[in-house]
Design a binder for this molecule. Structure first.
Ligand SMILES: [Zn+2]
Length: 443
């Protein structure tokens, strides 16, 4: 049975509702799901793959609720002009980079992001992809990378009018075709949403078409919302509506839809997001880097919005993003006690709920029936590790090391820091370097 796995004798940090520290416990995974969590001696006569986790902590794999795989090829890039504001960052860097991407670039940049995720124990990702000169088939190229790495990912193409009508139509078609394909496959590894870049680059006519496709396909949308104040200014000037109100008008908001950022939303918009059960994904490192502000996730959570955590491609390490998210909330409130519950919930409780809505499995807890997605860290705590201390150890201790072993649906993707894949990482990096060099020349 290929998906039968026993993780033996670890310190299991179950997380989830009961969040317990179980020493000397084993986790049995069968048919992709956790079948049993029990003291080591209680599980007998197991025949199948074993991983010894003695002296290590065993956690549910992490979820990244908003990222851009294609950004992998920006690492080391220095030829972007200086930017004064967010719109210049887009024009000087990201729109030049994504316009130069080929289909092969999409595949390799995805592999780089996915392999980095495995190294940090991230097992499920929500990607938002753009390659305006290589739209057709781009999602399939990324899907191939996802399947080769064994992770779970929800993909979409970020539809926009910024490159003209022909490319907008290709974006509509790419989303629709890929969503249909995923629905036919009905596979818990690869899912799709309908991608929209952002309100300020999508006309009413294109938004209407996207909404019609999305509703016919019974899918949610994945869109950047009020990342900078300029998105609101444009919506008010051009459409006499605030961004969230405009999305509501087109029925883009729903429990299956993801609104990334939501920094510049007012109380009325927060309530609309809550009423429609739309997911908001907070990306603190990217927001700080672009100097666009810090989302008020404390208020969003208070108003009943489900707030998750993403990296917006700033890192593949979810615990690094968690830390910065905490510091950002402290700074925003000028109070070092604000935001701990909201930010840790975003990663450990809400991201699993978001993934649950899309992938149809239970995530974020190691107990019978949850997805067999596990991260193991070689962590020997120098201070007591008890039921109430787990988050503090994650933020201040486990965040400082790479994962030892990463498992998705009972399949081992990395063991003792060695990738267990039909991919040669050195070869992937070598080809990626060649492609990135050519891409930078074309920009
Ligand atoms: Zn983004």
């Amino acid at each position: 049975m290929p998906d039968s796995l026993l993780i033996e004798n670890g310190t299991v940090l179950t997380l989830g509702k009961t969040s317990r520290v179980l020493r000397g416990h084993s986790v049995l995974i069968k048919n992709g799901l956790v079948a049993r969590v029990a003291p080591k001696k209680a599980i007998k006569n197991f025949r199948g793959k074993r991983i010894v986790a003695t002296g290590k902590v065993v956690l549910p794999g992490f979820i990244n609720a908003h990222t851009h795989f294609y950004s992998s090829f920006a690492r080391g890039l220095t030829n972007a002009r200086r930017s004064r504001d967010f719109n210049q960052v887009l024009r000087h860097l990201w729109w030049r980079l994504d316009s130069a991407l080929t289909t092969e670039d999409c595949y390799y940049s995805a592999l780089i992001a996915l392999l980095g995720s495995i190294r940090h124990g991230t097992t499920t990702l929500f990607d938002h992809h753009a390659s305006p000169r290589a739209v057709n088939g781009s999602l399939e190229a990324i899907e191939q990378a996802v399947r080769e790495t064994g992770l779970r990912a929800c993909l979409c193409y970020e539809l926009s009018d910024r490159d003209g009508a022909r490319i907008a139509n290709e974006g509509l078609a790419e989303n629709a075709r890929f969503i249909r394909q995923c629905q036919r496959q009905n596979d818990s590894r690869v899912k799709a949403l309908f991608g929209l870049h952002a309100s300020f680059t999508i006309s009413d006519a294109t938004m209407e078409k996207a909404a019609t496709f999305g509703h016919e396909l019974r899918t949610g949308f994945h869109v950047h919302v009020a990342e900078a104040q300029s998105d609101q200014d444009w919506a008010l000037r051009r459409h006499s509506k605030r961004v969230v109100e405009r999305l509501k008008k087109f029925e883009i908001l729903s429990p299956l839809s993801i609104a990334a950022h939501c920094i510049h939303v007012n109380r009325r918009e927060m309530d609309l997001l809550a009423e429609t059960r739309t997911v908001v994904v907070h990306n603190p490192q990217s927001n700080l880097n672009n100097a666009v502000g810090i989302a008020n996730i404390v208020e969003l959570a208070k108003r009943g919005v489900l707030v998750g955590l993403g990296t917006d491609a700033m890192t593949t390490n979810m615990l690094e993003e968690l830390r910065v998210g905490l510091w950002a909330q402290h700074l925003r409130a000028e109070n070092p006690s604000v935001g701990f519950g909201e930010v840790t919930s975003a990663l450990f409780a809400n991201n699993p709920r978001i993934a649950g809505r899309i992938f149809g499995l239970r995530f974020g807890e190691i107990c019978e029936g949850t997805a067999g997605d596990i991260a193991i860290f070689d962590y020997d705590p120098p201070t007591p590790l008890q039921n109430g201390d787990v988050f503090s150890h994650l933020v201040f201790g486990i965040s400082q090391i790479e994962a030892d072993t990463t498992v998705v649906g009972g399949r081992v993707l990395m063991e003792n820091k060695q990738l267990v894949l039909n991919l040669d990482e050195a070869h992937v990096n070598a080809r990626a370097r060649e492609l990135a060099r050519d891409l930078w020349k074309r920009m």
